[in-house]
Design a protein around this ligand. Structure first.
Ligand code: HEM
Length: 263
């Protein structure tokens, strides 16, 4: 039987004491908005963790050929992404002058160094080689991100699944390490599926939702950056807005986008 001290409570189960001690502003005296800045980023990292957890399960369900299971998991990822996009509204209540009051304290720390965000991109198959250089040796999370860079992405899991359930896909689809550019033969097969396998429609649309969700996040983030620091460089050393604009429309599932005019 548990003694009083180890009875599980809301606080001990969630480790609230530790969790609520993790918001430590760098500014002295603490600038009011720095707490928001820290909490938002920590919240994002938790949601990144959850999405990676789900996207790993999506891989399992794809390999099992479980259409219902994979659709359920991907729908959850889609909803988390929607929540992430919505949270930008909160940070946009912070004015440029308020951000400036503690920005110097961030030093060279930057979203560039979010290794979980990189894991997410890599898991989806967006493996821009230039992003590897933002994770120098010894950086926390680097190994996990590099592992994802090497591992098959969700796009490859998706192709395997389609083959497994009898969709006629070629065996020599070129998925380069960095990024899959799409394949006309896959697009033909997807169009055929819309006629012969309407049960797959929802899966295709959910994958497209996830792709669009990440693009929505990129758009809201770059606009947040534009309104908060304008054309200043980032704390991570990039040209800021100009750098972020480059990846605005990078799709993970180019084939699903390429066929839209063929219906
Ligand atoms: C005032 C708020 C914010 C500003 C001014 C800002 C600024 C920037 C800038 C300038 C970059 C480019 C890299 C650099 O040179 O530093 C960047 C990248 C990034 N930021 Fe933010 N950011 C803000 C909020 C956030 C939030 C809330 C997140 C959530 C995790 C986030 C995640 C990222 C990620 C993941 C990247 C890398 C994007 C990529 O390489 O494609 N940022 N941010």
């Amino acid at each position: 039987m548990n003694s009083d001290t180890d009875t599980l409570t809301y606080a001990t189960y969630l480790k609230l004491e530790q969790l609520l001690d993790l918001q430590q502003p760098k500014s002295t005296p603490p600038e009011h908005d720095e707490t928001l800045f820290i909490i938002i980023h920590q919240t994002y990292e938790l949601w990144f963790k959850q999405m990676l957890h789900e996207l790993d399960l999506a891989g399992v369900r794809f390999r099992e050929g479980d259409l219902w299971g994979v659709s359920t998991v991907l729908k959850r990822v889609r909803m988390v992404l929607k929540t992430l996009v919505g949270q930008i509204d909160i940070l946009e209540t912070m004015t440029p002058s308020s951000f400036v009051s503690f920005r110097d304290r961030l030093d060279t720390s930057s979203g560039f160094q979010s290794t979980q965000f990189r894991e997410l991109e890599y898991r989806l198959g967006i493996k821009r080689e230039e992003t590897l250089k933002y994770m120098p040796e010894g950086m926390w999370g680097r190994e996990a991100a590099l592992r994802r860079f090497e591992e098959p992405s969700l796009v490859e899991d998706f192709h395997q699944f389609l083959k497994m359930i009898g969709i006629d896909l070629p065996d020599d689809i070129d998925v380069p390490k960095e990024r899959y550019q799409g394949d006309l033969r896959v697009q033909d097969a997807l169009i055929a599926c819309h006629a012969d396998r309407p049960d797959l429609d929802m899966l295709f649309e959910t994958l497209l939702d996830i792709d669009e969700g990440l693009q929505e996040w990129r758009y809201r983030h770059v606009q947040l950056v534009r309104r908060t620091i304008g054309d200043k460089s980032g704390t991570g050393g990039s040209p800021g807005v100009k750098y972020l604009e480059r990846s605005l429309f990078e799709p993970a599932f180019p084939d699903l986008w390429a066929i839209r005019h063929r219906f």
